[in-house]
Design a protein around this ligand. Structure first.
Ligand code: 2P0
Length: 331
């Protein structure tokens, strides 16, 4: 390659309703379980990738700051694309999140999906969404899901080469519009990242085996709830999957406690709202933020209730969003 080749992409964050927690052995980042997620419209990463023959090494700028600490995973993901294109040219990656990074809002999901989308386009690789999902998975498991919009299923797959470990669309968001209110309870980066949390849970949690064993029926219940647009059934399975994941993590040694006090208060509040007749349920990922999923006409009441909870620093509201979008970029 003699000239610079550049492209940009936007990918949205997603939240899992049936959670991914745990990996299989090996280096391909194949999840131990499938997962089902919704893609969020208003939380995104915008990323530009420019392959430049003048560079001696990859460079990463995240939210305006050089982040050499993040280069290992980014370069490994770009290496997959470089191998496909048959080149070794290094790249500059400039990425921006419109939400707090590393605090349990799935910035690695949107970030790696956008990285792969922009990188593949810059190199002129004509990859299908499924192929993009396979590459994104190797950057971050949840990123495989952010290639698609609406309701998405990640298949863990069974092949040793990871070629059947990718996401696929389950239902377009417009077919069952749901809203999400995120209640931010802390903005710092989490002390234990998801990947090391998963490995610690697998190694030391007495409940990890039960987590794996009881996971497939939850996938089936969730698929059925989505296809039937059955909110109550979706609420039941999503809350159960979330609490099982956290129970397995909490029982690890040392313990992984992603909740703070406000998270627990928020869970109680959302359960109270649902008991009083409002269609809303909660989910919580590897951080203390509370994600309330609700019917669109319940959104204002859910937001007001969460915004009024002491310790909630911000609420973010969104509907369901589309999959990966890529664009040409001046190089
Ligand atoms: C999920 N999480 O299904 C689960 C629930 C967090 C809790 O996927 O190691 O950052 O990069 O594959 O994708 C976050 O894990 O982990 C995640 P890696 P990732 O959304």
């Amino acid at each position: 390659m003699s000239a610079m080749q550049a492209a940009g992409a936007r990918a949205r964050s997603n939240i899992a309703l049936v959670k991914y927690w745990g990996k299989t052995a090996g280096t391909l980042n194949v999840p131990a379980v499938g997962s089902i997620s919704i893609t969020l419209d208003a939380l995104w990463s915008d990323t530009e990738v420019a392959f430049d023959p003048a560079l001696a090494s990859d460079e990463l700028v995240l939210d305006g700051k050089p982040r050499p600490d993040g280069l290992g995973r980014v370069s490994a993901c770009l290496d997959i694309l470089r191998d496909m294109a048959g080149i070794g040219t290094r790249a500059t990656v400039v990425s921006r999140n419109n939400f707090p990074t590393g605090a349990g809002l799935a910035s690695s999901a949107s970030g790696f999906a956008a990285l792969v989308g922009a990188g593949a386009r810059a190199l002129g690789l004509d990859l299908s969404p499924k192929e993009l999902s396979i590459v994104a998975r190797q950057g971050s498991g949840s990123a495989a899901r952010s290639i698609f919009g609406g309701f998405v299923e990640m298949r863990a797959g069974t092949n040793a080469d990871g070629r059947d470990s990718h996401a696929e669309p389950l239902l377009p968001g417009r077919e069952w519009p749901l809203d999400i209110v995120v209640a931010v309870t802390a903005t710092g980066e989490k002390p234990v990242g998801s990947g090391s949390g998963m490995r610690r849970s697998a190694r030391s949690s007495p409940y990890y085996g039960s987590w794996l064993e009881t996971h497939p029926p939850d996938m089936e219940l969730c698929r059925k709830a989505i296809h039937a647009r059955d909110f109550e059934a979706l609420a039941e399975v999503a809350e159960a999957s979330c609490l099982k994941m956290h129970a397995a993590a909490m029982a690890a040694r040392p313990a992984l406690i992603y909740f703070n006090g406000v998270t627990v208060e928020g869970i109680g509040l959302i359960r109270e709202l649902r008991r009083s007749g409002l269609p809303v349920f909660f989910t919580v990922d590897a951080g203390p933020q509370i994600k309330a999923v609700c019917a669109p006409d319940a959104r204002a009441a859910v937001r007001d209730a969460l915004a009024g909870l002491p310790g909630v620093v911000e609420t973010i509201e969104t509907g369901l969003g589309p999959g990966l979008e890529t664009r040409e970029c001046a190089s």
